[in-house]
Each structure stands twice: as C-alpha cells, then as structure tokens.
Design a protein around this ligand. Sequence first.
Ligand code: BG6
Length: 520
Amino acid sequence: MSSVTAPTQAPAANPLREGLEQERVPDASSLVIFGASGDLTGRKLLPALYSLAHDGLLPAGQTIIGFARPDFTDDAFRMAMREACDKYARTRPVDNAIWENFAKGLFYVQGDFSEPSGYYRLNQKLQECDRTRGTGGRRIYYLAVPPQFFPVISELLGAEKMVTDPERGGPFTRVIIEKPFGHDLQSAKELNRVAVSTFRERQVFRIDHYLGKETVQNLLVLRFANGIFEPFWNRQYIDHVQITVAESIGVEKRGNYFDSAGITRDIIQNHMMQLLSLIAMEPPVAFEADPVRDEKVKVVRALREFPRGSEEENAVRGQYADGSVLGEKAVAYRKESNVSPESKTETFAAMKVFVDNWRWADVPFYLRAGKRLPKRVTDISIHFRPAPYPMWRKLRGVSTQPNVLAIRIQPDEGISLKFDSKVPGPSVRTAPVTMEFRYATSFGAEPPEAYERLLLETMLGDSTLFARRDEVETAWAWLDPLLNAWAADTRPPDFYPAGTWGPESADKLIERDGRKWRRP
Ligand code: BG6
C-alpha cells in the first residue's frame, strides 16, 4: 500500500459518515484524461475527483490533466469543469475554497490522439508537474475514448517513453480503460493484446462501474462477513436466483453506439456478469485483487454453454415499441435518432443460465436487462426452497410462500428478507412479511459515486474492483455463440411497448418452469 501523505483538506465534517471514510491516501500522481472534452469527463470523472477532494481523500499535489483535440486554455477547462461539478458532483454545492485548491492541480493539453506532437507537449507538462507539484513521475492514463483510439494512444505513449515498467521499479504508470471492452471474443482479445504490448496486466485497470457501487461491494460483505447466509447459499436451499437490471431511459443520444451493441453487450456481458460472479463465487482466500478475481472468473468459466444449434432456447430478446414510461410518451426504438428503422438490435434480453459446479448444479439463474422498462431498478433476488412439509396445508387462509432475500442494488439501496408470519388472531392464517435494511436509514448518507471509489483504487494501485483480462475474455467466449445465433436470425426481436416489463416471451421463459419474475 502507498505511504500516507497529508490530504488536501480535512475530511468533511459529516457525523453520519464517521468511520466510513477511506483511511488510505495515495501518493500524488498525474491523472491524464484522454478525451477530456467528452461527456464522461464532465458528467462523471471530474465530479468524482472533486468529491474525493471535498472528502479529503486526494493527496496534496494530485494533478489532473485533460487531453483532447479542442483548443482550451487551462482556465477555460477549469471553468467548464467547475460548471460540470456544479451540476453533477455528489458533494454539492461546490465549496469555493475547496474548488480553488483543487483547480490549481487542473490543467489542459491540446492534442490529437494520433499525433506525436501532442504527446510531446503532454510529456513536458507531466515533467513540469513532477517538479512543481510533487507527482514524482507517477502517471495514470484514463482512456475516456472510443475503443478504436486505444491502440494508437497506447502505442504513442510507449513510443514517447511515457510508460514505466513495474518490473524495473520506479514510479508507477497505470492505464484505465473504459468499456466497451470489445464487441466479441476476438476484438476483446485484440484489445488485450494491444494493452499488454505497452503495459503489463497489473498496470491495466478495466473499468466496470458496477464494481464501484457500494451495494455491489456489499455483496461480498453480506455473504462472507456474516455467519448466517453462507450455510444456505447453495443448491440445497436455493431454488433459483433472479437478477434484473431495468432502466426507464431509452438509448438517449447513444443510438449510434447502441445500435451496434444491444443490451447484451451493453449490460449483460459486463455489469450483469459481475453481479452474477459475486453472487455465485466461492469465498476467496483473501480480499485482494487476484484471489477475488480468481474466484469470479471460475463462475464465468462454469456457465453452461448455450446448446449448439439451439442457442436461443433459453434466451429471449426484445425491442421497445411505442409506449409510455413514467407517464410520458416514449417512441419506439426504431424511431430513435441514429438507429436503423429496421434495426434488429435488442433493447431487452432475458435468459436462463446455469452455473455448472458443485454449489449451483441445476439452480437456474434468470437474468434480464432492458431499456424503457417501467422504472430504473437493479435487483438481485435469492428465492429459497419451500419448507419441506407444510403442516397447515389443509387449513384455509394458509398458503406458505417461499422466502426471498432481495438485494436492491439501486435505487433505494437495501436488503430485504421476505418470510411468512402468522396473522394475529385466534385462527391460523399466514401472510408474507418483510424485514428490511435500508442504507439511507442505517447510514444516513448518500453512498459515494462508483467513479469516486474506482479512481481512488487506481491511485492506490488496487485492482480488486476492476475486471481482469481472463474475466472479460471468458464472458465473451460464453456469450459469443448466442450473439452469433441472434445475428444470423432474420426474425425481428419480440416487441414490447415502452414502459412494460419486456416481451411476453420473457414471462414465458420463466413461467414454463413454474416460476415468476419478481416485480422489484
Ligand atoms: C452503462 C451502459 O455501462 O451503464 C448504459 O452503457 C447504462 O447503457 C448504464 O445506462 C447504467 O448504469 P447505472 O449506473 O445507471 O445502472
């Protein structure tokens, strides 16, 4: 772990977050954001960095350098980023004194991703910051750019000698890569090949922002810090598991990207695989990057292959048609801008999958993800087997229901346990009741944004919360046959009105097994 230097400011005095602050403070480094004029920088990255500074978690001297093609001065960049933080930072309103101090470490270098001259200027700036801000040659390159720029950026960083080799010691260089990490197995392998031609695997931080969410991290704590759950966490007690990632938004302005991706590549291959791995993994030997990721990748490796020739048997794809979401009219996917009017791209997918190992043999995991569903909710539910012998089965008013442990990833983060209880009164009647834990009530504070945690972890050099090369490739290897089968299928996806829970075929997928989707 890095040594502790004085934080920029004392932690914000928020008694409700007492004891929740991160104790580790990284060494100051220069964080270069490639693609600094893009949406992600203003919406997520700078607000997250500012909030870290606000909470006293950034080291003194931490430097951020935006790199992109438009011609900005440092001041113009600072102004644009201040506006972004005013709009999006978790810790709002922005505190002027904290901002002033933070903005002193904010710079901009103009450059084209494929022009060595820009890298030369960047390198000069980095060296200047080493002298003036104590960044000591430590570098983090954040590639907030479409994947096609990744090869040229890493090649030029290498050619300009801006990457150190950790095997030789000295200050670190790390690279953060945004999704999409490939389009299929072959392209993911190619990206990985490019990555490791300039960097070593332990320098590569592949972002999956779901891993930065507090509630996602809590899956490990729930399972492995408590004695009561683990004994039941297996095929003997669990009937099935459901994972839902529902969004009410459509594709917004991302028609171009989404139409060539679809929900399976956008959500299932990455975010959903992370949730599934954390739910199904074996206890790691240590809470460290490799032991945790070793266990996660074993889950993906154990996923049952889609049956050859009938890959679509346990999978459904849908696409939203005209409808209304949260009381507002919503147009069909095919009418969205930059989407082909004949598009077959799926905006909804549901599938039944199996983790073929000792713990989970024959326990179905039902996964579904979709856009333009009735609401935004990410929910994991563990459905337990019923009690072995319902003694009251002949009595009226007694119908026992299976216990459900529901983990609400977002919003209204929390965990609830549903069980049957006796209805008060002289006769035996039962009704399901719920025991609830809510983050907001128990901890009284907004959890930090995913990007805050992930940026901090990169500065600390801890890649536990990042996807490893084999995780990404194994997930693609598993999904490719289904995606290929869908691509070859000339039929359109099953349509569903915007604002509903997907096509009827998704209901049938689970109902034919005598089960139902939970309404989260
Ligand atoms: C992104 C997807 O990775 O995750 C988006 O590209 C999606 O399409 C987003 O909207 C969902 O993230 P969150 O944090 O809002 O659940």
